[in-house]
Design a protein around this ligand. Structure first.
Ligand code: ZN
Length: 465
């Protein structure tokens, strides 16, 4: 169950991606299907915060993107933490006295308490019970439980199956190893015309769960593929890391790189049927916070923007006070607020190609605005410039579309005083970013706008609008 048994889907999807270099020509519905297919391929793998399941998953992603596997040895100190021993599992079961497997890792890897120490013993039910975990409120579901930092062993099973276990002598076996090894993570770096970076981070440590983990991993992978095929101002760093310890490890070992990160997104839980949600960075007023809120408003009134809290996924680490990065989190239904969270019901039926495609579109829109957002200075600020003479005004009668374009142009000229970005102007004028961006282009061409560079010198690259 821990091998990619059929590479066909991955290879076919890979070939299709190669022929779709720019987002404008990408069909979110088709992409959604391709992402769903990749999730189905990766779903059976037993992942954890370390071990071969993570390596196998990352190698599956290498069919799509030039991902580098990084190995950090057990025992490495990373800030207040230590990289743990590597965990690998081959088999696990509980057998009754007739030799029948009543709990079987081969049927679902959720059956094992993730990071269990090895065990092989016989015991009565009463002795076994403290090591059994169930969910009485959802008696058909297997819970997902971990014990990374406390040595323990256990099994997770449906409450219905627990109630059906008679008193008996059971053979308990977890054929696992917990030894010196490595923490493995994946990294994709795509240089842009500046060294300023956008960070995209997804956690890779969950076993057979579809929405939590695999949706974020897959969308990040497809985004990397998409970005790699188009011109970009920013450099992009995609991290595929185990939750918490992975982000801590990366931040500790790459501290000198951190100042380059200007914007970032943690991607998690992006395949379910709920509306999109964006959790703001700790700072709360950064450009990506503004961009994400702007984009989410276009995805319907149910989309929501949430304030930062120090609980959640790896935004906790990126937004810890010593880093305080402009990193938010994009999800659909927030983690922990749906009953399927961390259970066997977070399966392939819990996610849809449509939701994955829409989530991808939201990510791509956010990145697209970050790439194009600029601050300009009106070079003719004393009264309005003569637009008609320059062929910019009333060229095509008074259609609604044309009126919008003219209004956008007037807003850009009026608010381009060196302090407002194009997105500020769009928000103020209640226009879409694209219409404001589209209005700025001819104004710049006519010399009525000039760039105002903000931020680091590395960002001072003159580009065609
Ligand atoms: Zn989780």
């Amino acid at each position: 169950m821990t091998s990619l048994t059929d590479k066909t889907v991955i290879a076919a999807t890979h070939a299709q991606m190669n022929t779709a270099p720019v987002f404008d020509r990408v069909d979110p519905a088709l992409l959604g299907q391709q992402m769903y297919a990749l999730i189905a391929e990766l779903y059976p793998i037993c992942r954890s915060i370390t071990g071969n399941g993570v390596r196998e998953t990352l190698k599956g992603l290498q069919h799509f993107v030039p991902l580098r596997l990084q190995e950090v040895p057990t025992g490495t100190r990373v800030f207040d933490w230590t990289v743990p021993p590597e965990w690998n599992i081959r088999d696990a079961y509980v057998k009754n006295s007739r030799g029948q497997r009543v709990v079987d890792f081969r049927k679902s890897n959720l059956h094992v308490l993730n990071y269990s120490v090895p065990v092989h013993e016989k015991m009565r039910l009463a002795e076994l019970k403290p090591h059994l975990f169930t969910l009485s409120e959802h008696p058909d579901w297997i819970p997902y439980r971990t014990s990374y930092y406390k040595r323990n062993w256990g099994f997770c099973l449906s409450h219905k199956d627990l109630l059906a276990l008679p008193d008996d002598e059971y053979e308990v076996c977890i054929d696992a190893s917990l030894e010196n090894g490595h923490l493995t993570y994946g990294e994709v770096y795509l240089p842009g015309t500046t060294t300023d970076e956008i960070l995209i981070s997804a956690h890779t440590c969950h076993p057979s769960l579809a929405n939590d983990n695999l949706s974020g991993v897959t969308i990040a992978c497809f985004l990397a593929r998409y970005i790699s095929n188009r011109p970009r101002r920013y450099s992009y760093r995609f991290l595929f890391i185990p939750g918490t310890i992975g982000a801590i490890t990366w931040l500790c070992l790459n501290e000198s790189t951190v100042p380059r990160i200007k914007h970032g997104l943690v991607l998690a839980g992006l395949g379910d049927f709920g509306p999109l949600s964006y959790k703001k960075s700790r700072r709360g007023d950064t450009e990506i916070d503004q961009v994400a809120a702007h984009v989410l408003r276009q995805f319907g009134p149910k989309s929501q923007t949430l304030e930062f809290s120090p609980y959640g996924y790896d935004e906790r680490q990126y937004c810890s006070p010593g880093f305080n990065l402009a990193v938010g989190r994009l999800s659909r239904t927030p983690h922990g607020t749906f009953p399927e969270y961390h259970t066997s019901a977070d399966d392939l039926n819990f996610i849809s190609p449509q939701a994955l495609g829409e989530s991808f579109s939201a990510c791509a829109s956010i990145l697209s605005i970050l790439e194009r957002n600029r601050t300009y200075l009106n070079t003719n600020p004393k009264c309005e410039p003569q637009l008609g003479e320059r062929g910019l005004y009333r060229l095509m009668g008074g259609s609604t579309d044309h009126n919008t374009k003219e209004m956008a142009m007037l807003w850009v000229l009026n608010l381009s005083d060196g302090t407002h970005t194009l997105l500020d102007i769009a928000e103020h004028a209640q226009l879409s970013f694209d219409s404001v961006y589209g209005a700025a282009a001819p104004l710049k061409e006519q010399g009525l706008l000039k760039d105002v560079f903000k931020g680091s010198p590395s960002n001072m690259v003159e580009e065609k609008l």
